[in-house]
Design a binder for this molecule. Sequence first.
Ligand code: GLN
Length: 458
Amino acid sequence: MGIKQIVEENKEFEHSKFLDELRSKDSKLNFMRETVEPEENNGDLNGVPFVVKDAICTENVVTSAGSKIIEDYKPVFDATVVKKLKKEGATFYGKTNQDEFGFGTFSTNCAFETPKNPHDSERVVGGSSGGAGAVVAATDYPIISIGESTGGSITNPAAYNGVIGITPTYGRVSRQGLIDYGNSLDKIGVLTKTVYGAAKGLEVISGHDKNDQTTVKGAVPAFSNNLEEREDLKIGVPKQYIELEGMEEGVRKNFEESLEFFKDQGFTVEEVDVPLLDADYSVAAYYVIAMAEASTNLARFSGIRYGMEFDTEEYSDFNEYFSKVRTEGFGEEAKRRILLGTYTRQAGYRDQYYVKAAKVRRKIINQLKEIFQDYDVLISPSMPNIAPKIEEAESMSPEEVYAMDTLTVGPNLAGMPMISVPNGTSEGMPTGLHVIGDHFEEQKILDVAYTFERGEKK
Ligand code: GLN
């Protein structure tokens, strides 16, 4: 049974069975931050279950963004995306674990529990929306799992868990109620089992929101109804991506097979040179911008208006108190990003780092826009590897971890939509195919993913 059957054939959803399954799988794999009892809900989605990344506000339900500093925060409101899902008749089941404030690639920077991969519990689930990907793979029922990507956090867990993950164009989906990582980069999207489910979920959460002035006006396309198999598109394969050093053989092999599929289907497939997608530009610019924005966003967590508090009487001045709260409340990666982010935007260094990175970002956007004049979509492997072992991930240096994002940060910096679709396995673990489109071309990437999904089943 899929989301399509539930929605179109009005199938009764077995909530108590799903809750039992969710809780029993979670007790072994830790993908949930909190599970809630489902409430009766009517509407077009006919009770399809949904879960939400911990960084997205949910009324009266813990929203801690994976961080100890706001461990007990229970918002008094639902984020716009949550409101929209409830209004359409989806049923809320709880929050999923993630890297603290989205800072990470494996969900090993979560202040609570490290989620484990449903395909092999010794391996990571990816990040930062790691719990969001794992819950889809772990449960047999269809589910809409709401994730968020700043630099690849939907694609990555989708690939590592063998599920679909769509990251929309920046501005397509309201960020109201999201605890921001980097405001110019953050995008809320959907992880689920089928391309239809991704199209449906995206359609429900998209649209202009007066509470987020970066959202675009205009009607939301009927992505799910419009889905169609295509055979006439022109696909570009970025040279910088396929030549990436360190790409695992199994990943490469699956990707090459997918190219054959598209050629057989009638698509034109060509290698394209996109020099600025090289890690020297994209990863460097991404981490400067993301950390600069993160460090300003985290300034509010000072133990006064939000989160962790201590007895102020015991501290002689504000600085001492503030340092105590932030020392206790933030994890190591958050602290690293506060330091680096503050450094790159301070007077004297700003031009050399932050402003330069912003210029590189503009050039990346221009270069990709130019490529999309000639090509309908770009494709590549979603991640250069299969999900590493938890131990292995924890022993990597920050630079090694950041390099894992080479395939995803470019399109994320450009605010372009992307979808990761399962593409076979390597060593028993899933690998993903990444389809990237021009701004607001979600339908095209969904169609390419749909064509691929149907082809896999034939
Ligand atoms: N791994 C990237 C980072 O740590 C991306 C994470 C994200 O998209 N939230 O910034």
